[in-house]
Write a protein of this length. Structure first.
Length: 201
């Protein structure tokens, strides 16, 4: 039986390490970092939800029309707050999905191929509740897909603690898929310029 899977893209941050720039809207390919993430995940899910916070008005204007955005009034508290808020908004919107992808826009090398590996692994292993990205050196994180049984724990997240703790708490029912270098994020403008230069055709 096909599963109903939604995506939650965390785009609420203020990009404090990129002063005077909206990181989510930095150019990438033919669009920007946020739209690239949406484009890569959209073919695999039923709905794409975006959590906004800082620069919500500017980012919302740039979103594709078929995405659903939610403004987290407590975005400054941190990523845990945005995950909790986003999950709650998804669950209030009607039929509860069987699983939710969580991803961020500042890992621009993450693509549909990696997301498909995560999803296939989740769908093919009925006793697995989380499929997350393996960063190496005993580190793991998003992009990750979470079964609906984990929604209460995701909703309970607070502060700046993301989903890594939940992954660690459920390692017996978690599969890790190598990021193969695609997990690189762009925390600074210098890192963005460097990665953008490395990926030119």
């Amino acid at each position: 039986m096909p599963k109903n899977i939604s995506a939650l893209v965390l785009a609420a941050g203020a990009s404090k390490r990129m002063p005077n720039r909206i990181k989510q809207l930095l150019p990438w390919g033919d669009s920007n970092l946020l739209e690239n993430a949406i484009h890569q995940i959209s073919p695999l899910v039923d709905k794409v939800h975006i959590v906004l916070g800082a620069y919500a008005d500017e980012i919302r204007e740039a979103l594709p029309k078929d995405t659903i955005s939610h403004s987290n009034p407590k975005w400054e508290i941190g990523m845990g707050s945005s995950i909790s808020f986003g999950i709650s908004q998804i669950l209030q919107g009607g039929k509860e999905p069987d699983a939710i992808f969580i991803l961020v826009p500042d890992q621009p090398l993450m693509d549909s191929e990696h997301f498909q590996k995560l999803q296939n692994t989740f769908l093919e292993n009925k006793n697995i509740h989380i499929v997350a990205t393996d960063y190496g050196n005993q580190r793991s994180g998003v992009p990750a897909i979470f079964d609906s049984t984990l929604f209460p724990e995701l909703q309970a997240l607070q502060g700046d603690y993301g989903a890594k703790g939940i992954i660690q708490d459920h390692l017996p029912t978690t599969k890790l898929i190598s990021g193969e270098g695609k997990e690189i994020d762009v925390d600074t403008y210098e890192a963005y310029i460097r990665l953008k230069g490395d990926t030119k055709p």
